[in-house]
Write a protein that binds this ligand. Structure first.
Ligand code: FE2
Length: 229
């Protein structure tokens, strides 16, 4: 059954990103296929969008870029519509071959986004959301700042939500426990500067307005440098 919360988020995100109704309709049709065999995926995508937008706004990205990031987050796992149902539904660990098949979802998702004629930034984010900061990710093993910033934001949001959500094999971790695990991934899986910003958001949600404004007036390069310091 389709996750209507996700579908309504997609329709709004498509419209605010300047896309047309047919594009939302096709995306929702792919979503229906994903949801049928991977029940948690769409709910996860809604939460990833929330985390990613919060981080992007903290970083001071332009409104248009934030809108495209939100859309990319909602669609980032849509390529799972092209993964065999038996594999999506498999419980327990995957074999190496099964992992390789599952990993094609980022390329399949990219192709769907391209076919939907979505903005290049959305296509790129979907394509690269499993790249790792140290170059060990997939599908193109991009490294560091060569990975699009929007995809790096998605990676942080994606991992944080995976850790803080309940899974069939474990309970949801607390924010603190998730951030501690992610700290061990800093510079390996995730961009250290973005992780630091994200952790700051989770630690101190009540930052003073003055501090936020001071940060917002800096250039993007300065903000990343400050966060990495
Ligand atoms: Fe994914």
């Amino acid at each position: 059954m389709l996750n209507f919360d996700w579908a309504s988020h997609v329709r709004v995100a498509m419209a605010t990103a300047g896309q047309q109704r047919w594009q939302a309709n096709v995306a929702v049709a792919f979503g229906e296929r994903v949801e049928a065999h991977s029940a948690e995926t769409l709910a996860h995508s809604v939460r990833v969008a929330s985390h990613a937008v919060r981080l992007a706004q903290r970083l001071g990205l332009e409104t248009a870029a934030v809108r495209e990031l939100r859309l990319a987050a909602l669609l980032h796992d849509l390529g799972k519509a092209c993964i065999p149902a038996w594999l999506l539904e498999k419980r327990g660990s995957l074999t190496d071959d099964e992992h390789r098949i599952m990993q094609t979802h980022s390329q399949e998702g990219h192709q769907i986004a391209v076919d939907l004629r979505l903005p290049a930034a959305v296509c790129d984010s979907v394509h690269h959301h499993h790249e790792h900061w140290d170059g060990s990710g997939y599908p193109t093993r991009l490294r560091g700042a060569a990975i699009p910033l929007s995809a790096r934001i998605l990676t942080v949001a994606d991992i944080f939500d995976a850790l803080t959500s309940e899974r069939s094999y474990r309970e949801a971790l607390s924010h603190d426990a998730a951030l501690e695990i992610m700290a061990g991934e800093s510079g390996r899986t995730v961009d250290p500067a973005l992780l630091r910003l994200h952790s700051g958001l989770m630690d101190t949600p009540q930052r003073t307005r003055a501090a936020v404004l001071r940060f917002a007036t800096q250039s993007l390069t300065t903000r990343l440098a400050t966060a990495a310091a």
